[in-house]
Design a protein around this ligand. Structure first.
Ligand code: ATP
Ligand code: MG
Length: 183
């Protein structure tokens, strides 16, 4: 493993953004923007996402410090059905890629967006997620987002924020996801 030179912090953390309120992915993207402003490279892997989000090209507007890849397909996954093999395969490939990136020494910050949802939908086993957490080098900041963070993820994290819905326009007026705001 190639070590990152000039470690930016005394210690790197495992961060978790979870809960039902809006802002988990947005918080992670904001962190990436801030880090880029400090010249830090950030990798963002998005589980269960395969459609276009503004961040896919938005990150390129600030240079080449933030790299983003999607590990999902374009279709929705209904929770009531057993997971499709295609979705399991994509998530599995995402886990392999995440391990590679995490241990590459290239990125001091790695964001695994919606990884908790992928575990909840049984695309990834909880033990595979925990193995990935165990593989995190102590100098890499890892940010895991998604509803339904498991107790074992929360237990291992240094920082956990639970987004709680106070109001959401979807509930009040049925306002769906808007380009540039939610996607
Ligand atoms: P964002 O990507 O906007 O930061 P998020 O990551 O916190 O949101 P997810 O749980 O990933 O939210 O939800 C996916 C979609 O559902 C997003 O479009 C998000 O804005 C929307 N959403 C989030 N919270 C709620 C809510 N309480 N009611 C309805 N829709 C929501
Ligand atoms: Mg999200």
């Amino acid at each position: 493993m190639r070590e990152i030179e000039n470690q930016p912090w005394p210690r790197a953390c495992l961060q978790v953004y979870t809960g039902n309120g809006k802002g988990k992915t947005t918080a992670a993207l904001g962190l990436a923007l801030r880090a880029a402003g400090r010249g830090l490279k950030v990798f963002i892997g998005q589980f269960m996402k395969g459609t276009y989000y503004g961040e896919l090209t938005g990150v390129d507007l600030q240079g080449d410090l933030i790299h983003i890849e999607q590990f999902g397909s374009a279709h929705c996954i209904p929770l009531r059905d057993p997971p499709h093999q295609e979705d399991i395969n994509l998530a599995d490939a995402g886990m392999k890629r995440s391990l590679e990136v995490l241990t590459s020494g290239e990125y001091p910050i790695v964001i695994l967006d919606e990884i908790s949802v992928a575990v909840h939908f049984q695309l990834i086993s909880e033990s595979d997620m925990l193995d990935l957490l165990d593989a995190r080098p102590s100098h890499v900041e890892l940010i895991c987002t998604g509803r339904y963070a498991t107790p074992s993820l929360i237990d291992r994290a240094d920082l956990v924020t639970e987004m709680r819905v106070v109001k959401h326009p979807y509930d009040a007026i049925g306002l769906g996801a808007r380009d540039g705001i939610e996607r």
